[in-house]
Design a binder for this molecule. Structure first.
Ligand code: SAH
Length: 223
């Protein structure tokens, strides 16, 4: 009921036209992915905090990024930033084979368990580590989705796209980014922009430097 309302008002009414994406998000139990204290907001119109200062994206943003990937059954997709595993689960239900990289081992472990409970343990492979430079050992990918903010379109990721492959990545400074789509055709790449968004930072060699201590991101947020 709440889920159907979310699909209608937040996704379809705002222009998400990919029927398969709408159907899969209409069946995915988002309440299984959000922390227990926020289950009442599972179908609300926003991102929600998850452990380790991270977040599960707003449903509309998941739908938009997924639709931009133009998912097809059998497609190999790399996700950078597993978080709760919700985005990976949506892609898996759409028939994609998913490799998802998460830098926090505890988040990766919890996502692995959750996806196994949903019967998606064999469709999604979760790896722990810095995914900001992609996974050359598993490339090329038909799709790459970065669910954390990158300072620029990471060239290493463009290089790991298959011919016709699509990369969706939020690009910009830490406070506000713009969603970019990069499509590779042979040696050419076409880039388009798809509105503003706010993601937690991509931390690593191809992303932002980790900041600690006074003046750092985490300290500032708590004062
Ligand atoms: N897609 C997730 C939400 C992602 S939040 C979901 O559906 O729930 C962004 C995630 O990116 C966080 O969990 C963060 O730890 C992770 N992250 C940030 N930098 C990373 C990197 N370099 N490699 C892998 N994961 C990273």
């Amino acid at each position: 009921m709440l889920r159907a309302h979310m699909v209608g008002r937040q996704l379809r009414d705002r222009g998400i036209g990919n029927q398969a994406v709408l159907e899969v998000m209409g069946e995915m139990p988002r309440e299984r992915f959000v922390p227990p204290e926020h289950v009442d907001l599972a179908y609300g119109d926003g991102a929600l905090p998850i452990p380790w200062g991270q977040s599960i994206s707003q449903p509309y943003m998941v739908a938009l990024m997924t639709a931009l990937l133009e998912p097809r059954p059998g497609m190999l997709v790399l996700e950078i930033g597993t978080g709760t595993g919700y985005q990976a689960a949506v892609l898996a239900r759409l028939g994609c084979r998913v490799i998802s990289v998460e830098r926090h081992p505890a988040l990766a472990g919890a996502a692995r368990e959750r996806l196994a409970e949903l019967g998606l343990g064999d469709t999604v492979r979760i790896e722990v580590g810095d995914g900001s430079l992609g996974r050359p050992e598993d490339a090329p990918f038909d799709g790459i989705v970065v669910t954390a903010a990158a300072p620029r379109v990471p060239p290493a990721l463009v290089a790991q796209l298959a011919d016709g492959g699509r990369l969706v990545v939020p690009v910009g400074p830490e406070r506000r980014q713009e969603l970019r789509l990069v499509v590779r055709s042979g040696d050419a790449v076409a880039e388009s922009r798809h509105g503003s968004c706010v993601f937690v930072p991509l931390i690593g060699a191809g992303g932002f430097a980790e900041r600690h201590g006074p003046g750092g991101r985490f300290r500032r947020r708590h004062v």
